[in-house]
Design a protein around this ligand. Structure first.
Ligand SMILES: [Zn+2]
Length: 700
C-alpha cells in the first residue's frame, strides 16, 4: 500500500471511491455513510497527483501570467486533494484508528513534499511576481482581495526558501519532511501515553467527592479496557478537572503525578527525544531562511510581527499574574485551618479553590450542573445568541451522516429579516463527547470551506470532550464546558459567516495569533444576562437558575484568574523558550528536557510550583504535535483584541442585531481576504488597546 503513490494518477482512482467525485449530499458534506478507512489514502494520493498536474499546467502556460490563468487557476486547483484531506484530517484526531494513524505516518512526508513542490516552484514564483510587479508599476489594477492574495503568495514563496541555493533547498525539503513526521509521531505517542497514564482506582472510598456521573463514566472507562474498578482518564492539560472534587488527598496526588509525568516516563510513549529533535530542526529550518530562530520565523508571519513584541506582551503580563496567583495561594492555604504561609500543593489547588468558592461565593459546580444541560445550552444559548446577533437559525438534520454515531448535523439558515425562513448557509457538525479514539481538548475544523469562486458553502465541525452520560441520561455540563461550547462555536461562526471569493482566504484562514479572537469574543454571550437566563434552566423542573447564583457567578468571574493566567503564561513562555533557541543551543540529552523547562520557567519568573504550566513540554501537543509551535502566545494576543471588542459591544448596546451585523460584515465575513488588523480597526475605529484585558483579568 505504501508504494501506490508512485504509480497513482487521477485516472487510477477507483470511480467507486467516495472522494472520486464531489459529494452529492447537501453542501458537499462528505458521504460518511459510505466512506471507509481504506478510501482516504488512495484518494489523497490521487489528489496530490491531480493537483501537481494542475499546477504544472499553470506553471507551463505559454500565455503571459494573468489573474485568471495564474491566481484563479491556483485557487481552483487541488479540489480532490482538498476534499479527501479535509475529511481525513477531521477524522484523524476525532475518531482515530490504528489504520488512520498509519496513513498519517506514511502521508506526512508526502504532504510536506507536496507543499514544497508548489511553494518552491520557480516558474510559478515568476508568474506571481510578474503580476505583483505589474500591479506595483500601476499596469495592472487588482481588486483588494486579489492584491492581498498576491502579497501573501509572495511571502509564502520567500518563506519556502525559493531564493535559496538548490543545495539549501534540498536541505529545507528534508527538514520539512522530517519535522512533519516528528510532529505526527509526537501526537501518536501522546495519545497512547494519555491512555496509559489514566489512574485506575480499585477502592471506591478513594473516589469520595466524585459525582455519581463521573464515577459511572470512570467505571465504564475501566470496563472498556477490561479493567476492574474506576479509571480516571487524562485530559490533555496538566490540571485535571477531577481534582476539584476528589476528597482523598492521596488520590489527588496520584492524578496530579500521573498527569505531570506524561511523556517523560521512559519507554515507547516518552516524547523527549522527539521534542528535542523537533526544537533543533525547527531552529535549523528558521536559520536557513534567514531568521534567528523558529520563534522569529513564526512571529514574522503573524500579526505580532516580531519576537520582541511577543516577549514584551508576555513580560508585561507575567509578573502581575504570578503575584495574583501567590495571593490566591495564600488565600487557599487558610482553608481548613492552614496558614497563609503554608503553601498549596498543585494537586490540592482546585479542591481548596472549590472549597473557597463555595464558602465565599456559595457556588458549587455540582449544584450548577442540573441547570447546564447540553441541549438547552446549545439551543437556548449558543444558537440563540447567533440568532439574535446574526439572524441565524439551526435545524437538526438526522438524515445527514456524520463520521461517528455521536456526530450531529445541523443545517444553518441565514434570515435577512427576523421571522423569515432564510436561505441555507451551510452545515454545522457537533461532535461533543469524549471517547478513547478522540484526542483531548476542543477544536473546530472545516470539511468544506466557503468560496464564491468555487460556489461552495461552508461545512464546519466542533469537537469537544464532554464525558458521555449513561444512555438515556441528560448531559449535564460544568461551567467550563459551557464556555468551551461558546468558544468553539465562535470558530464555527468564523467559518460559517465567511463571505470571500478565494478558498485560501476563507473564514479561519487568518494568522494564528488572530484566529482565536472571534472564538474568544463569542464566549462573552455565555455571560450575557439575556442568554444566560435563557439556557440556565433546571433540566427536570424547568426552573431558571436562581438569580442570586447568576449574580454570584458574575461576581466570581475574576476569582482564580491568577491561577489560570499564570498556568497559561507559563506554557506560552515555555513554548517561546524552546523556540527562541538556535540549533546549537537545543539540549542534546533527554535528561536535559525537564531541567531546561525548570530553568526557562525560573528565568521568566513563572516558576511557582503551586501553579505548574498548563502543558509541560513532554505533553505540549499544541507546539510539538500540531501547528501552534512558537504560537501558543496567540491566545492571549487574541484576547487583547477580544477584551477590546467586548468593550466595543458594551459601548454600543450589547447584544443587538445591528452590532452582530457590524461584527459579521467587517470582521467574520472578511476572513483572510485582508490584513486582519485592518478588519479589527475597521470595526473598532482604532487599533487595539491592552487595558481592557488587564482589567478583565484583574491585573491592573
Ligand atoms: Zn480556539
Amino acid at each position: 500500500m505504501t508504494s501506490t503513490h508512485e504509480t497513482t494518477t487521477p485516472a487510477d482512482l477507483d470511480p467507486a471511491n467516495p472522494f472520486a467525485a464531489p459529494s452529492a449530499l447537501p453542501y458537499g458534506l462528505p458521504d460518511f455513510s459510505v466512506i471507509r478507512e481504506e478510501h482516504y489514502e488512495p484518494a489523497i494520493l490521487a489528489g496530490m497527483a491531480a493537483h501537481r498536474a494542475e499546477v504544472e499546467a499553470i506553471a507551463t502556460n505559454p500565455e503571459p501570467a494573468t489573474v485568471e490563468n495564474t491566481l484563479v487557476a491556483l485557487e481552483r486547483s487541488g479540489q480532490l486533494l482538498g476534499r479527501a484531506a479535509r475529511a481525513y484530517f477531521n477524522q484523524l484526531p476525532s475518531d482515530s484508528t490504528p489504520g488512520l494513524e498509519d496513513i498519517q505516518e506514511r502521508l506526512a512526508p508526502l504532504f510536506s513534499a507536496h507543499r514544497d513542490a508548489i511553494n518552491m516552484d520557480a516558474r510559478l514564483h515568476e508568474r506571481v511576481r510578474a503580476l505583483a510587479d505589474a500591479a506595483e508599476a500601476g499596469d495592472l489594477d487588482l481588486e483588494p482581495d486579489t492584491a492581498y492574495l498576491v502579497e501573501k503568495l509572495m511571502t509564502q514563496f520567500k518563506r519556502s526558501g525559493i531564493a535559496l541555493s538548490l543545495g539549501d533547498q534540498d536541505t529545507l525539503r528534508e527538514l520539512n519532511a522530517r519535522i512533519t513526521s516528528l510532529e505526527a509521531s509526537f501526537g501518536r505517542k501522546l495519545l497512547a501515553g494519555a491512555n496509559e497514564a489514566g489512574v485506575l482506582v480499585t477502592d471506591e472510598a478513594e473516589l469520595a467527592g466524585l459525582s455519581a456521573d463521573a464515577k459511572a463514566g470512570a467505571r465504564a472507562a475501566a470496563a472498556a479496557r477490561g479493567q476492574d474498578g474506576w479509571l480516571l482518564e487524562m485530559q490533555l492539560f496538566t490540571h485535571q478537572n477531577v481534582l476539584a472534587s476528589l476528597e482523598d488527598a492521596a488520590t489527588r496526588e496520584r492524578v496530579q503525578s500521573a498527569s505531570m509525568a506524561r511523556g517523560a516516563t521512559g519507554g515507547e510513549n516518552d516524547t523527549r527525544e522527539v521534542l528535542l529533535e523537533l526544537a533543533r530542526l525547527r531552529a535549523h529550518h528558521a536559520q536557513l531562511l534567514g531568521y534567528e530562530h523558529h520563534a522569529a520565523y513564526i512571529a514574522a508571519d503573524a500579526t505580532a510581527g516580531t519576537t520582541a513584541a511577543v516577549n514584551e506582551m508576555l513580560g508585561r503580563l507575567a509578573p502581575a499574574a504570578v503575584a495574583n496567583a501567590r495571593r490566591e495561594a495564600a488565600d487557599l492555604a487558610t482553608v481548613g485551618g492552614g496558614s497563609p504561609s503554608g503553601g498549596v500543593a498543585a494537586a490540592d489547588w482546585s479542591y481548596l479553590n472549590e472549597a473557597v468558592r463555595k464558602e465565599r461565593f456559595n457556588l458549587d459546580d455540582a449544584a450548577l450542573r442540573p441547570y447546564l444541560e447540553l441541549e438547552r445550552v446549545l439551543h437556548d444559548g449558543v444558537f440563540k445568541a447567533a440568532g439574535l446577533l446574526f439572524g441565524l437559525s439551526f435545524v437538526e438534520r438526522p438524515d445527514l451522516p456524520g463520521y461517528h454515531p455521536d456526530v450531529r448535523v445541523f443545517e444553518v439558515f441565514d434570515a435577512a429579516e427576523p421571522g423569515e425562513p432564510g436561505t441555507g448557509l451551510g452545515l454545522f457538525l457537533g461532535d461533543f463527547y469524549t471517547r478513547e479514539s478522540k484526542r483531548g481538548g476542543a477544536w473546530m475544523d472545516s470539511l468544506v470551506v466557503q468560496s464564491t469562486l468555487l460556489g461552495e458553502k461552508p461545512v464546519v465541525v466542533n469537537n469537544l470532550n464532554i464525558v458521555k452520560p449513561p444512555a438515556g441520561d441528560p448531559t449535564l455540563l460544568v461551567w467550563d464546558e459551557v464556555t468551551t461550547l461558546f468558544h468553539e462555536f465562535g470558530h464555527a461562526l468564523h467559518g460559517l459567516l465567511s463571505d470571500v471569493r478565494y478558498p485560501s482566504q476563507s473564514g479561519t484562514s487568518v494568522p494564528r495569533d488572530f484566529v482565536e479572537y472571534p472564538s474568544q469574543v463569542n464566549e462573552m454571550w455565555s455571560w450575557d444576562p439575556q442568554i444566560l437566563t435563557s439556557f440556565a434552566v433546571h433540566h427536570t423542573t424547568g426552573e431558571p437558575m436562581p438569580a442570586q447564583w447568576v449574580d454570584t457567578m458574575l461576581a466570581s468571574r475574576i476569582w482564580g484568574e491568577g491561577f489560570s493566567t499564570t498556568e497559561y503564561l507559563a506554557a506560552a513562555l515555555l513554548d517561546q523558550a524552546w523556540h527562541q533557541l538556535t540549533p546549537d543551543q537545543v539540549p542534546t540529552s533527554v535528561e536535559d528536557v525537564l531541567p531546561f523547562e525548570a530553568a526557562a520557567l525560573a528565568a521568566a519568573g513563572v516558576d511557582f510550583a503551586s501553579v505548574p504550566p498548563r502543558y509541560r513540554s513532554t505533553y505540549f501537543n499544541h507546539i510539538f504535535g500540531g501547528g501552534y509551535s512558537a504560537g501558543y502566545y496567540s491566545y492571549i494576543w487574541s484576547e487583547v483584541l477580544d477584551a477590546d471588542t467586548v468593550q466595543w459591544y458594551a459601548e454600543n448596546g450589547g447584544l443587538t442585531r445591528e452590532n452582530g451585523e457590524a461584527f459579521r460584515r467587517k470582521l467574520l465575513a472578511r476572513g483572510g481576504s485582508q490584513d486582519p488588523l485592518v478588519s479589527f480597526a475597521d470595526l473598532r475605529g482604532r487599533a487595539a488597546e491592552i487595558t481592557p484585558l488587564l482589567e478583565r483579568r484583574g491585573l491592573v
